[in-house]
Design a protein around this ligand. Structure first.
Ligand SMILES: [Zn+2]
Length: 199
């Protein structure tokens, strides 16, 4: 088994294939209800999602990372893999599909999705279909975001499932990873063009 410790990000998680187990003492507020504790928990999980984004950047893919969390435990982690698998291989869609497989379930009731970039229309649709309870994202995406930027599919009044949404968690760090990636691409055109859907 391969283990990787996220000490540099304050999240000492053990990564085993797609599954992460971690020391729950690092998320002391994960079961608390107070707002301050919840914000600290969200920031901790977003840092783990940023690790996935960094791994995507290292593979020359648009750096977006995602996790699915249930009852304080990370069920699935994923990163963008468009280079290998095409335009629909977004981090959050992959994380949802991994979580469904791990939980042997058709839906993700009781789960929270963490993603470093505001979900697009495809991923927002998958979030609604999978019935996630909550979505926490980092940077806003004014060109493709469907959690309030372009439109709000996640909380559309005519859909029969509307997850709780929190945006802008560690948005500076999540956005900086994308900005640095596209700046590097501009100076290295061989890496490819910047997609129009990502700000
Ligand atoms: Zn997407």
């Amino acid at each position: 088994m391969k283990y990787r410790e996220f000490v540099n990000y304050g999240v000492p998680a053990l990564l085993i294939s797609h599954h992460i187990s971690y020391n729950s003492k690092m998320f002391p507020h994960s079961t608390g209800q107070d707002l301050q504790g919840r914000e600290a928990t969200d920031a901790g999980f977003m840092r783990a999602a940023l690790m996935e984004a960094a791994a995507a950047a290292a593979a020359d893919d648009v750096p977006v990372g995602a996790l699915v969390v249930r009852e304080g435990a990370i069920i699935a982690t994923a990163r963008n893999e468009m280079k290998a698998s095409g335009a629909t291989a977004h981090a959050e869609l992959r994380a949802i599909n991994i979580a469904l497989t791990v939980l042997k379930s058709e839906r993700l009731d009781g789960c929270t999705l963490y993603v470093t970039l505001e979900p697009c229309a495809m991923c927002a649709g998958a979030i609604v279909l999978a019935r996630l309870d909550r979505v926490v994202f980092g940077a806003w995406d004014p060109k493709a975001g469907m959690a309030g930027s372009v439109d709000d599919l996640l909380r559309h009044p005519r859909l029969n499932h509307r997850p709780e949404v929190r945006g802008g968690v560690l948005d500076g760090e999540c956005g900086a990873v994308l900005t640095a990636f596209f700046a590097r691409r501009r100076t290295s055109p061989a890496l490819g063009e910047r997609p129009s859907s990502v700000s």
